[in-house]
Design a protein around this ligand. Sequence first.
Ligand SMILES: [Zn+2]
Length: 452
Amino acid sequence: MHSLLILIFAALSGPGIQRAPLLAIRNVAVVDVERGVVRPHMTVVIGDGRIIAVGKSWRSRIPDGAQVIDGTNRFLIPGLWDMHVHALFDEVPEKFFPLFLAYGVTSIRDMGTDRSPAGIAALKSSGPRIHAAGPWVDGPHPVNPGSIAVSNASDARAAVDSLVAQGVDFIKVYSLLPRDAYVAIADEAHRKGIPFAGHVPETVTAWEASEAGQRSIEHLYGVLRACSSDEASMLEEMTHRMADADAATSAVPLLISQSLHAIDTFDAGKAAMLAEVFKRNRTALDPTLIWHRTRARTADDAFLADPRTRQIPDWMGEVWANRMAGRRKSETPADIAARKRLLDRYMMLTRFFAERGVVVLAGTDTGEPYCFPGSSLHEELALLVEAGLSPARALRAATSDAAAFMGERDLGTIAAGKRADVVLLDANPLVDIHNTTKIRTVISRGVITGGR
Ligand SMILES: [Zn+2]
């Protein structure tokens, strides 16, 4: 891994100095993520940041001067997307961006940061491609520092207008938004033509969020409750609790007990109707199973000793340590058992909605405790398969479905004319999803940025 990182630092240190070179990957098996098949013995020619040609090797011409990469017995997948990261805080891009690229994550969707939209724009010319929300938009007592706090509909409209003027890519809605503020955000976002995505606020239902046009639902928040036959009374109970000024902390035990109640009152017919609503509105689900797994492992010492904690800036390490210490102090064995039950249920729901044609995205919440840059995306892919998705479907969640969701038609698949973000693997990911970690070469923006 060390030589790999040096390569990437070298690539990052001189962005834009040289034109992207001509590359030819010869005799490679191209993974068609959309059809879930492998096309063997192909030659892929890359130049000027784009895929120029994809054809059978025996009839492909390799352009003069091209650097040839032998693809024999190797597999080429589109560059991966992590659809839920927090990677733009101070000191973080320097640490995380090389790791994203080393692990084949060539695009990220940043779901909340305190870096200014102008500061984000300055990061967009190198490293992974970035789609970013800028700050969270949350209720009057926000969960995350750096959020925009809104109390009512007029605050909410002003927040959307200001973010649009600053050039964010989308609006991130958060858990504590008052109901009328949320409705106003949806309306204002439609008027301004900007997407909004994020958490389903506690006092809104997943049905309403989908009908309001929320583009993605993160962590499956609100979805479990929406699948319960007892949803209405849980919403009412939560609405009462949220009227409390200190709602952010006082609602957590209620959330867990409600989630367990929602498991016990799961209504498959109602869930199937919800899937139809999501499909009709093209609402995507970003389950972040790796994040849910992390929440179930608070008491696991081996898990907390993960050597990847060296990858994060010191200040973030302190935030993580404090957060985990707080959880270890406050959480009972019953809480941890509940979190494990919830993880199982979220995996079941992921499969349930995927099988019914709802778009599923691969996100990690990297930047949150024990969600790591690059490597955790591969853990998420494995969890999606463990949940019951095929390896091809899991790959689509991080490639073609992610790119289509973001409206990036030039990314997400391997075909002539597409932008050249691709990852060369030593083994077939359609046979075993863990093979996505067997990375030989990463090409980002048409340039080799990593490999062994
Ligand atoms: Zn997040």
